[in-house]
Design a protein around this ligand. Structure first.
Ligand code: ADP
Ligand code: NG1
Length: 434
């Protein structure tokens, strides 16, 4: 296909994987550690550097139209998350990092098999793959940590205020192990998953694009506001505080204590923008221009208590999960399953990032043998991840298939991509011709 598109052959190939987040949802952008693993599904880009300053992009999937632009004038339209804009995020991130204005052009063919808008990070895999493509064309070197940080920052050009989990695992993943990803400074530690159980991904087949809606950014802003109100309540300089983790670190208290402080400082009733302004002693104009993102300017209410409760309790669950994996007691699988179930309940009730289909799928997975099941990724659709004892895997897959995907009232096209067991995969790679 490369040959028929560009009349030449690729010089090298780059792949970057998607991921499944096992536990630690919506807390990376609050500064807290998360526990993902790379999946086998990935973005693969065939590349030919060219002498002209033109960037030509094509895709093996006809849903994603060809695109061409000058490599010296990269414009990313935040209002339309078209596929090529994700490529441009990675491209621009590397270009800016090296302060280059004159980049050579390239011909690229993209081939991806990560289900899009399903919580398995197809967007970040594309951004990371494009970043690594650009670095390779330039003949420059960066560490995996540097690449992950650049790509996490540059994916925000699409308009979403995400954390760094997806880009970090895409670069730092290693086959056979999940990773605890910690931030500031970014680092990844192996987490040995229990033998005797398997992680199974099931797609609810409800798609939710993070950049095309404001759901995701509203949550980021609610956490930001909660952090500021908590900091002010405890007499900290709240002006520069952006993340809930900063409040905990500045106070030097435990996550459990942060849950009590949240109970004292915030109320469960939603906050209007006017109330937030009164609490912080700022004007509506300041709230909008100095704190909120462009797509959350007119949000009528903010649920600060619920979001902070989710974040602090979820951060604690991640640490418990890792500890159980390390200590490996006899009932490891059951204990891990319980934490995953608690995580789902918190995402559903406190963070409100589930949806009826995800809740139903989680129930079906538990009914047919999962020790734990939860939504994974941003939510509002997308996939669940379930922990299934290995001896129950075959019956689990057959029963979930029948109960969720074969229901006559649902118009689902079941593909191999919809329900599958997964193992920790490796990270991004460059394949050079010998
Ligand atoms: P995710 O949770 O998978 O990261 P997003 O909604 O954030 O979901 O991003 C999905 C977007 O990523 C798609 O709408 C598309 O623009 C882009 N994308 C995903 N897969 C591909 C692909 N194979 N080729 C081109 N673009 C893709
Ligand atoms: P998805 O939508 O699953 O790729 C998003 C964010 C993550 C993280 C999760 C929720 C981006 C690129 N990704 O992931 O950073 O916040 O939601 O845990 O913004």
């Amino acid at each position: 296909m490369f040959n028929s598109k560009f009349g030449s052959i690729p010089k090298f190939y780059v792949r970057a994987p998607g991921r499944v987040n096992i536990i630690g949802e919506h807390i990376d952008y609050c500064g807290y550690s998360v526990l993902p693993m790379a999946v086998e599904q990935d973005m693969l880009i065939a590349v030919e550097p060219v002498k002209t300053q033109t960037l030509q992009l094509a895709n093996t999937n006809p849903l994603y139209p060809d695109f061409s632009t000058s490599s010296n004038n990269i414009q990313i339209d935040k209002t339309k998350p078209l596929w090529h804009n994700y490529f441009l995020c990675g491209f621009k991130g590397i270009q800016e990092h090296f302060g280059l204005s004159n980049l050579t052009g390239m011909n690229c063919l993209v081939d991806g098999n990560i289900p899009p808008s399903s919580g398995l990070s197809s967007s970040s895999a594309l951004v990371c793959c494009a970043g690594l493509v650009t670095l390779t064309v330039l003949g420059m070197n960066l560490s995996k940590v540097e690449l992950a940080e650049i790509c996490a920052k540059s994916e925000r050009y699409i308009g979403t205020e995400g954390g760094g989990m997806d880009q970090s695992i895409s670069f730092l993943a290693e086959e056979g192990t999940a990773k605890l990803i910690e931030f500031s400074p970014l680092r990844a530690t192996d987490v040995k998953l229990p033998s005797g159980a398997v992680f199974v991904i099931a797609n609810s087949c409800v798609e939710m694009n993070k950049a095309a809606t404001s759901h995701f950014n509203i949550r980021v802003m609610e956490c930001r506001l909660a952090a500021k109100l908590l900091a002010k309540y405890r007499g900290l300089q709240w002006g520069k505080v952006l993340r809930l983790e900063e409040v905990q670190t500045k106070l030097g208290v435990s996550l459990e204590e942060m849950l009590w402080i949240t109970e004292d400082a915030l109320h469960p009733e939603p906050y209007s923008p006017e109330e937030v302004c009164r609490c912080l002693g700022i004007s509506l104009q300041e709230l909008r221009t100095q704190i909120l993102s462009p797509n959350t300017q007119d949000v009528p209410i903010f649920k600060l208590y619920q979001r902070a409760k989710h974040v602090y309790s979820e951060a604690a669950r991640v640490l418990q999960f890792k500890k159980i994996c390390e200590e490996a007691p006899d009932d490891t699988v059951q204990l891990l399953g319980e934490l995953m179930n608690q995580s789902h309940a918190s995402c559903r009730d406190m963070y409100e990032c589930s949806c009826p289909e995800l809740d139903q799928l989680v129930d079906i997975c538990r009914k047919f043998g999962a020790e734990g099941s939860r939504l994974t990724g941003a939510g509002w659709g997308g996939c669940t991840v379930s922990l299934v004892p290995a001896d129950k895997l075959t019956s689990f897959l057959a029963n979930v298939h029948q109960a969720y995907y074969q229901r006559s009232d649902r118009n689902l096209t079941f593909e191999k991509q919809s329900l599958f067991a997964t193992k920790p995969g490796g990270g991004a790679l460059v394949f050079l011709e010998a």
